[in-house]
Design a binder for this molecule. Structure first.
Ligand code: NAD
Length: 355
Protein backbone atom coordinates (compact mmCIF):
# COMPACT_ATOMS: atom_id res chain seq x y z
CA UNK A 1 0.00 0.00 0.00
CA UNK A 2 1.10 3.58 -0.66
CA UNK A 3 0.42 6.05 2.15
CA UNK A 4 0.67 9.84 2.05
CA UNK A 5 1.05 11.15 5.55
CA UNK A 6 1.15 14.77 6.69
CA UNK A 7 3.43 15.36 9.67
CA UNK A 8 2.75 18.25 12.03
CA UNK A 9 5.67 18.15 14.50
CA UNK A 10 4.69 21.44 16.19
CA UNK A 11 6.60 22.75 19.20
CA UNK A 12 8.56 21.65 22.27
CA UNK A 13 9.02 17.87 22.28
CA UNK A 14 6.77 17.62 19.17
CA UNK A 15 9.57 17.27 16.58
CA UNK A 16 11.39 14.59 18.64
CA UNK A 17 8.38 12.39 19.24
CA UNK A 18 7.16 12.70 15.65
CA UNK A 19 10.63 11.72 14.43
CA UNK A 20 10.40 8.60 16.61
CA UNK A 21 6.99 7.68 15.23
CA UNK A 22 8.26 8.13 11.67
CA UNK A 23 11.15 5.75 12.37
CA UNK A 24 8.64 3.19 13.65
CA UNK A 25 6.32 3.70 10.66
CA UNK A 26 9.23 3.30 8.23
CA UNK A 27 10.35 0.06 9.88
CA UNK A 28 6.79 -1.28 9.84
CA UNK A 29 6.29 -0.31 6.20
CA UNK A 30 9.57 -2.06 5.31
CA UNK A 31 8.62 -5.22 7.14
CA UNK A 32 5.15 -5.47 5.60
CA UNK A 33 6.00 -4.17 2.12
CA UNK A 34 4.29 -0.76 2.10
CA UNK A 35 5.56 2.62 1.01
CA UNK A 36 5.05 5.91 2.84
CA UNK A 37 5.62 9.46 1.67
CA UNK A 38 5.65 12.32 4.18
CA UNK A 39 4.92 15.99 3.91
CA UNK A 40 5.84 18.25 6.81
CA UNK A 41 3.49 21.03 7.88
CA UNK A 42 4.05 23.94 10.27
CA UNK A 43 1.39 24.54 12.87
CA UNK A 44 1.29 26.08 16.34
CA UNK A 45 4.09 28.27 17.69
CA UNK A 46 6.46 27.51 14.85
CA UNK A 47 3.85 28.75 12.37
CA UNK A 48 3.31 31.93 14.42
CA UNK A 49 7.06 32.57 14.26
CA UNK A 50 7.23 31.93 10.52
CA UNK A 51 3.92 33.25 9.20
CA UNK A 52 2.33 35.24 12.05
CA UNK A 53 -0.54 32.75 12.43
CA UNK A 54 -0.93 29.38 14.22
CA UNK A 55 -2.31 27.74 11.06
CA UNK A 56 -2.11 28.99 7.50
CA UNK A 57 -4.53 28.08 4.73
CA UNK A 58 -1.69 26.39 2.86
CA UNK A 59 -0.98 24.21 5.89
CA UNK A 60 -4.62 23.21 6.20
CA UNK A 61 -4.79 22.47 2.49
CA UNK A 62 -1.67 20.30 2.65
CA UNK A 63 -3.14 18.37 5.58
CA UNK A 64 -6.41 17.90 3.70
CA UNK A 65 -4.60 16.54 0.64
CA UNK A 66 -2.92 13.78 2.65
CA UNK A 67 -4.44 10.42 3.64
CA UNK A 68 -3.87 11.05 7.35
CA UNK A 69 -2.16 13.49 9.71
CA UNK A 70 0.27 12.72 12.53
CA UNK A 71 0.64 15.56 15.01
CA UNK A 72 3.15 16.04 17.83
CA UNK A 73 2.11 18.88 20.12
CA UNK A 74 1.82 22.64 19.97
CA UNK A 75 2.38 25.54 22.34
CA UNK A 76 4.87 26.73 24.91
CA UNK A 77 5.74 29.66 27.16
CA UNK A 78 7.21 31.61 24.23
CA UNK A 79 3.68 32.18 22.89
CA UNK A 80 1.78 32.44 26.19
CA UNK A 81 1.41 36.21 25.84
CA UNK A 82 -0.34 35.93 22.44
CA UNK A 83 -3.99 36.99 22.24
CA UNK A 84 -6.59 34.17 22.14
CA UNK A 85 -7.04 33.96 18.38
CA UNK A 86 -3.28 33.80 17.87
CA UNK A 87 -2.45 31.15 20.43
CA UNK A 88 -0.71 28.01 19.14
CA UNK A 89 -3.57 25.78 20.40
CA UNK A 90 -5.83 27.46 17.83
CA UNK A 91 -4.02 25.36 15.23
CA UNK A 92 -5.55 22.20 16.71
CA UNK A 93 -9.07 23.60 16.57
CA UNK A 94 -8.41 24.88 13.05
CA UNK A 95 -7.23 21.46 11.90
CA UNK A 96 -10.07 19.56 13.61
CA UNK A 97 -12.81 21.79 12.28
CA UNK A 98 -11.14 22.48 8.91
CA UNK A 99 -10.76 18.74 8.30
CA UNK A 100 -14.31 17.94 9.48
CA UNK A 101 -13.24 15.57 12.26
CA UNK A 102 -16.28 14.72 14.38
CA UNK A 103 -15.21 11.60 16.24
CA UNK A 104 -12.53 11.47 18.90
CA UNK A 105 -11.09 8.14 20.00
CA UNK A 106 -9.12 8.06 23.24
CA UNK A 107 -7.85 4.68 24.35
CA UNK A 108 -6.81 4.28 27.98
CA UNK A 109 -4.82 1.23 28.81
CA UNK A 110 -2.99 0.15 31.93
CA UNK A 111 -0.03 -2.08 31.10
CA UNK A 112 0.66 -4.66 33.83
CA UNK A 113 4.31 -3.49 34.02
CA UNK A 114 3.21 0.09 34.71
CA UNK A 115 0.33 -0.72 37.04
CA UNK A 116 2.12 0.94 39.94
CA UNK A 117 1.80 4.32 38.16
CA UNK A 118 -1.99 4.13 38.30
CA UNK A 119 -3.57 6.04 41.16
CA UNK A 120 -6.03 3.14 41.52
CA UNK A 121 -5.55 0.22 43.88
CA UNK A 122 -3.93 -2.87 42.39
CA UNK A 123 -6.99 -4.94 43.26
CA UNK A 124 -9.12 -2.63 41.05
CA UNK A 125 -6.88 -2.84 37.99
CA UNK A 126 -5.42 -6.32 38.26
CA UNK A 127 -6.00 -8.23 35.06
CA UNK A 128 -5.60 -5.03 33.05
CA UNK A 129 -7.65 -2.06 31.96
CA UNK A 130 -8.13 -1.50 28.24
CA UNK A 131 -10.91 0.85 27.16
CA UNK A 132 -11.57 3.54 24.60
CA UNK A 133 -13.71 6.64 24.92
CA UNK A 134 -15.48 7.58 21.67
CA UNK A 135 -16.46 11.24 21.99
CA UNK A 136 -18.61 13.28 19.62
CA UNK A 137 -16.53 16.37 18.81
CA UNK A 138 -18.53 18.87 16.81
CA UNK A 139 -22.01 19.02 18.34
CA UNK A 140 -23.77 19.33 21.67
CA UNK A 141 -23.63 22.07 24.25
CA UNK A 142 -20.20 23.42 23.25
CA UNK A 143 -21.56 24.35 19.82
CA UNK A 144 -25.19 25.19 20.67
CA UNK A 145 -26.64 28.67 20.89
CA UNK A 146 -25.42 30.52 23.94
CA UNK A 147 -26.12 33.88 25.46
CA UNK A 148 -27.14 36.10 28.36
CA UNK A 149 -30.36 37.84 29.22
CA UNK A 150 -30.39 41.60 28.67
CA UNK A 151 -29.68 42.40 32.30
CA UNK A 152 -26.93 39.77 32.36
CA UNK A 153 -28.62 38.03 35.27
CA UNK A 154 -29.13 34.72 33.48
CA UNK A 155 -27.30 32.75 30.83
CA UNK A 156 -27.95 29.72 28.64
CA UNK A 157 -26.12 27.13 26.53
CA UNK A 158 -28.23 25.00 24.25
CA UNK A 159 -27.52 21.28 23.91
CA UNK A 160 -28.80 19.95 20.62
CA UNK A 161 -28.12 16.84 18.54
CA UNK A 162 -29.56 15.59 15.26
CA UNK A 163 -30.18 11.94 14.52
CA UNK A 164 -27.65 12.11 11.69
CA UNK A 165 -24.93 13.37 14.05
CA UNK A 166 -25.61 10.52 16.47
CA UNK A 167 -25.82 7.87 13.76
CA UNK A 168 -22.45 8.67 12.24
CA UNK A 169 -20.58 8.55 15.56
CA UNK A 170 -22.48 5.44 16.69
CA UNK A 171 -21.24 3.65 13.57
CA UNK A 172 -17.68 4.68 14.41
CA UNK A 173 -18.08 3.27 17.93
CA UNK A 174 -19.48 -0.05 16.71
CA UNK A 175 -16.73 -0.34 14.10
CA UNK A 176 -14.12 0.34 16.80
CA UNK A 177 -15.76 -2.27 19.07
CA UNK A 178 -15.49 -4.85 16.28
CA UNK A 179 -11.71 -4.41 16.40
CA UNK A 180 -11.79 -4.90 20.18
CA UNK A 181 -13.91 -6.83 22.68
CA UNK A 182 -17.25 -6.03 20.97
CA UNK A 183 -18.98 -4.13 23.69
CA UNK A 184 -20.34 -0.56 23.50
CA UNK A 185 -21.56 1.36 26.55
CA UNK A 186 -23.51 4.51 25.75
CA UNK A 187 -22.97 7.11 28.47
CA UNK A 188 -25.74 9.66 28.85
CA UNK A 189 -28.20 11.31 31.20
CA UNK A 190 -31.37 9.88 29.69
CA UNK A 191 -33.28 10.23 32.97
CA UNK A 192 -33.18 14.03 32.51
CA UNK A 193 -32.01 15.06 29.05
CA UNK A 194 -34.10 14.80 25.89
CA UNK A 195 -30.94 14.74 23.76
CA UNK A 196 -29.83 11.66 25.72
CA UNK A 197 -33.14 9.95 24.97
CA UNK A 198 -32.60 10.64 21.26
CA UNK A 199 -29.07 9.19 21.62
CA UNK A 200 -30.51 6.00 23.17
CA UNK A 201 -33.16 5.56 20.47
CA UNK A 202 -30.75 6.28 17.63
CA UNK A 203 -27.88 4.13 18.88
CA UNK A 204 -30.30 1.24 19.57
CA UNK A 205 -31.52 1.44 15.95
CA UNK A 206 -27.94 1.44 14.60
CA UNK A 207 -27.09 -1.49 16.89
CA UNK A 208 -29.41 -3.76 14.89
CA UNK A 209 -26.78 -3.69 12.11
CA UNK A 210 -24.10 -4.76 14.59
CA UNK A 211 -25.69 -7.76 16.28
CA UNK A 212 -22.21 -9.13 17.05
CA UNK A 213 -21.58 -6.16 19.37
CA UNK A 214 -23.10 -6.02 22.84
CA UNK A 215 -24.75 -2.71 23.73
CA UNK A 216 -25.55 -1.25 27.16
CA UNK A 217 -26.37 2.16 28.61
CA UNK A 218 -25.10 3.95 31.68
CA UNK A 219 -25.87 7.32 33.25
CA UNK A 220 -22.88 9.64 33.20
CA UNK A 221 -22.78 10.06 36.98
CA UNK A 222 -22.59 6.29 37.38
CA UNK A 223 -20.03 5.95 34.54
CA UNK A 224 -17.72 8.47 36.22
CA UNK A 225 -17.86 6.34 39.38
CA UNK A 226 -17.45 3.02 37.58
CA UNK A 227 -14.34 4.32 35.80
CA UNK A 228 -12.53 4.41 39.14
CA UNK A 229 -14.43 1.58 40.86
CA UNK A 230 -14.28 -1.06 38.12
CA UNK A 231 -12.70 0.24 34.87
CA UNK A 232 -12.31 -3.35 33.62
CA UNK A 233 -16.06 -3.29 32.96
CA UNK A 234 -15.59 -1.05 29.92
CA UNK A 235 -14.56 -1.72 26.33
CA UNK A 236 -15.92 1.16 24.19
CA UNK A 237 -17.62 4.12 25.90
CA UNK A 238 -19.69 6.11 23.41
CA UNK A 239 -20.77 9.58 24.46
CA UNK A 240 -21.62 13.13 23.49
CA UNK A 241 -19.19 16.04 23.44
CA UNK A 242 -19.18 17.43 26.99
CA UNK A 243 -19.52 14.10 28.81
CA UNK A 244 -16.76 12.75 26.56
CA UNK A 245 -14.51 15.70 27.31
CA UNK A 246 -14.72 14.97 31.03
CA UNK A 247 -14.71 11.16 30.90
CA UNK A 248 -11.78 10.92 28.48
CA UNK A 249 -9.63 12.98 30.87
CA UNK A 250 -10.76 10.87 33.79
CA UNK A 251 -9.96 7.68 31.86
CA UNK A 252 -6.48 9.05 31.01
CA UNK A 253 -5.71 9.83 34.62
CA UNK A 254 -6.40 6.31 35.83
CA UNK A 255 -3.50 5.05 33.70
CA UNK A 256 -1.08 7.40 35.45
CA UNK A 257 1.14 7.73 32.37
CA UNK A 258 0.42 10.77 30.22
CA UNK A 259 3.36 9.97 27.91
CA UNK A 260 1.69 6.71 26.84
CA UNK A 261 -1.73 7.86 25.66
CA UNK A 262 -2.65 8.12 21.99
CA UNK A 263 -5.71 9.59 20.31
CA UNK A 264 -7.43 9.75 16.94
CA UNK A 265 -9.89 12.22 15.45
CA UNK A 266 -11.88 10.76 12.59
CA UNK A 267 -14.56 11.59 10.06
CA UNK A 268 -16.83 9.48 7.82
CA UNK A 269 -14.18 8.41 5.34
CA UNK A 270 -10.83 6.84 6.23
CA UNK A 271 -9.11 10.18 6.87
CA UNK A 272 -7.97 10.89 10.42
CA UNK A 273 -5.67 12.98 12.56
CA UNK A 274 -3.60 11.15 15.16
CA UNK A 275 -1.80 12.66 18.14
CA UNK A 276 -0.65 12.00 21.67
CA UNK A 277 -2.93 13.49 24.32
CA UNK A 278 -0.08 15.23 26.11
CA UNK A 279 1.21 18.70 25.32
CA UNK A 280 4.55 20.04 24.13
CA UNK A 281 6.24 19.49 27.54
CA UNK A 282 8.45 22.61 27.32
CA UNK A 283 10.11 21.63 30.63
CA UNK A 284 11.88 18.70 28.93
CA UNK A 285 12.03 19.88 25.30
CA UNK A 286 15.33 19.34 23.47
CA UNK A 287 16.75 17.06 26.19
CA UNK A 288 15.98 13.63 24.69
CA UNK A 289 13.76 12.91 27.70
CA UNK A 290 10.32 12.75 26.09
CA UNK A 291 8.47 9.47 26.07
CA UNK A 292 7.72 8.76 22.39
CA UNK A 293 5.25 5.93 23.09
CA UNK A 294 2.03 8.01 22.93
CA UNK A 295 3.00 9.22 19.46
CA UNK A 296 4.16 5.78 18.35
CA UNK A 297 0.82 4.32 19.50
CA UNK A 298 -0.96 7.15 17.66
CA UNK A 299 0.87 6.04 14.51
CA UNK A 300 -0.38 2.48 15.16
CA UNK A 301 -3.94 3.83 15.41
CA UNK A 302 -3.39 5.57 12.08
CA UNK A 303 -2.48 2.29 10.41
CA UNK A 304 -5.58 0.64 11.92
CA UNK A 305 -8.22 3.31 11.34
CA UNK A 306 -7.05 5.20 8.23
CA UNK A 307 -5.39 2.34 6.34
CA UNK A 308 -7.13 -0.77 7.75
CA UNK A 309 -3.71 -2.30 8.41
CA UNK A 310 -4.63 -4.25 11.54
CA UNK A 311 -1.64 -6.64 11.45
CA UNK A 312 0.78 -3.76 11.11
CA UNK A 313 -0.89 -1.74 13.91
CA UNK A 314 -0.77 -4.78 16.17
CA UNK A 315 2.93 -5.34 15.36
CA UNK A 316 3.70 -1.84 16.69
CA UNK A 317 1.52 -2.28 19.78
CA UNK A 318 3.07 -5.68 20.52
CA UNK A 319 6.56 -4.20 20.12
CA UNK A 320 5.71 -1.45 22.64
CA UNK A 321 4.34 -4.03 25.04
CA UNK A 322 7.39 -6.27 24.64
CA UNK A 323 9.75 -3.34 25.22
CA UNK A 324 7.89 -2.44 28.42
CA UNK A 325 7.90 -6.07 29.54
CA UNK A 326 11.67 -6.17 28.98
CA UNK A 327 12.09 -3.15 31.25
CA UNK A 328 12.58 -0.39 28.66
CA UNK A 329 11.60 2.88 30.36
CA UNK A 330 11.83 6.57 29.66
CA UNK A 331 12.31 8.82 32.66
CA UNK A 332 8.62 9.63 33.15
CA UNK A 333 7.63 5.96 33.56
CA UNK A 334 10.72 4.74 35.44
CA UNK A 335 10.27 4.04 39.13
CA UNK A 336 12.64 5.70 41.53
CA UNK A 337 16.17 4.38 41.09
CA UNK A 338 15.21 2.45 37.94
CA UNK A 339 17.41 2.96 34.85
CA UNK A 340 15.92 4.82 31.94
CA UNK A 341 16.71 5.60 28.30
CA UNK A 342 16.25 8.66 26.11
CA UNK A 343 13.60 9.29 23.47
CA UNK A 344 15.46 7.91 20.47
CA UNK A 345 16.91 4.93 22.37
CA UNK A 346 13.41 3.99 23.55
CA UNK A 347 12.27 4.22 19.95
CA UNK A 348 15.15 1.98 18.79
CA UNK A 349 14.19 -0.63 21.40
CA UNK A 350 10.64 -0.66 20.04
CA UNK A 351 11.84 -0.84 16.42
CA UNK A 352 14.06 -3.81 17.29
CA UNK A 353 10.97 -5.66 18.52
CA UNK A 354 8.94 -4.98 15.37
CA UNK A 355 11.25 -7.51 13.74
P1 NAD B 1 2.08 18.81 28.97
O1 NAD B 1 1.30 17.61 28.61
O2 NAD B 1 2.92 19.39 27.90
O3 NAD B 1 3.05 18.47 30.23
C1 NAD B 1 2.56 18.08 31.49
C2 NAD B 1 3.67 17.29 32.23
O4 NAD B 1 3.81 16.00 31.63
C3 NAD B 1 5.05 17.95 32.11
O5 NAD B 1 5.77 17.75 33.31
C4 NAD B 1 5.72 17.21 30.99
O6 NAD B 1 7.13 17.16 31.09
C5 NAD B 1 5.11 15.82 31.12
N1 NAD B 1 5.00 15.16 29.81
C6 NAD B 1 4.08 15.42 28.83
N2 NAD B 1 4.30 14.64 27.77
C7 NAD B 1 5.39 13.88 28.07
C8 NAD B 1 6.09 12.89 27.36
N3 NAD B 1 5.76 12.51 26.13
N4 NAD B 1 7.16 12.32 27.98
C9 NAD B 1 7.52 12.67 29.22
N5 NAD B 1 6.88 13.59 29.95
C10 NAD B 1 5.82 14.20 29.37
O7 NAD B 1 1.05 19.88 29.54
P2 NAD B 1 1.30 21.40 29.98
O8 NAD B 1 2.62 21.51 30.67
O9 NAD B 1 0.07 21.80 30.67
O10 NAD B 1 1.36 22.21 28.63
C11 NAD B 1 2.58 22.59 27.95
C12 NAD B 1 2.23 23.25 26.63
O11 NAD B 1 1.57 22.29 25.79
C13 NAD B 1 1.25 24.41 26.79
O12 NAD B 1 1.63 25.42 25.87
C14 NAD B 1 -0.09 23.80 26.41
O13 NAD B 1 -0.98 24.76 25.92
C15 NAD B 1 0.32 22.82 25.34
N6 NAD B 1 -0.61 21.69 25.15
C16 NAD B 1 -0.71 21.24 23.89
C17 NAD B 1 -1.52 20.12 23.62
C18 NAD B 1 -1.56 19.60 22.22
O14 NAD B 1 -0.78 20.03 21.38
N7 NAD B 1 -2.43 18.64 21.93
C19 NAD B 1 -2.19 19.48 24.67
C20 NAD B 1 -2.04 19.97 25.97
C21 NAD B 1 -1.23 21.08 26.20
Amino acid sequence: MEMHIALVPGDGIGPDIVRSAVRVLDRTADRFGHSISYREIDAGGISIDRYGRPLTEDALESAAESDAVLLGAVGGPKWDHMPGSLRPEKALLGLRSGLGLFCNLRPARIYPELAAASPLKQSVISGGVDLVVVRELTGGIYFGEKGRSEDGGSAYDVMSYSKAEIERIARKAFEAARLRRRRVTVVDKANVLETSRLWRETVSAIATSYSDVELDFMYVDNASMQLVRDPRHFDVLLTENMFGDILSDEASMITGSIGMLASASLRDDAFGMYEPIHGSAPDIAGRDLANPIATILSAAMMLRYSFSLEKEAKAIEDAVEAALADGVRTKDIASEGEEYVGTQACCSEIIRRIG
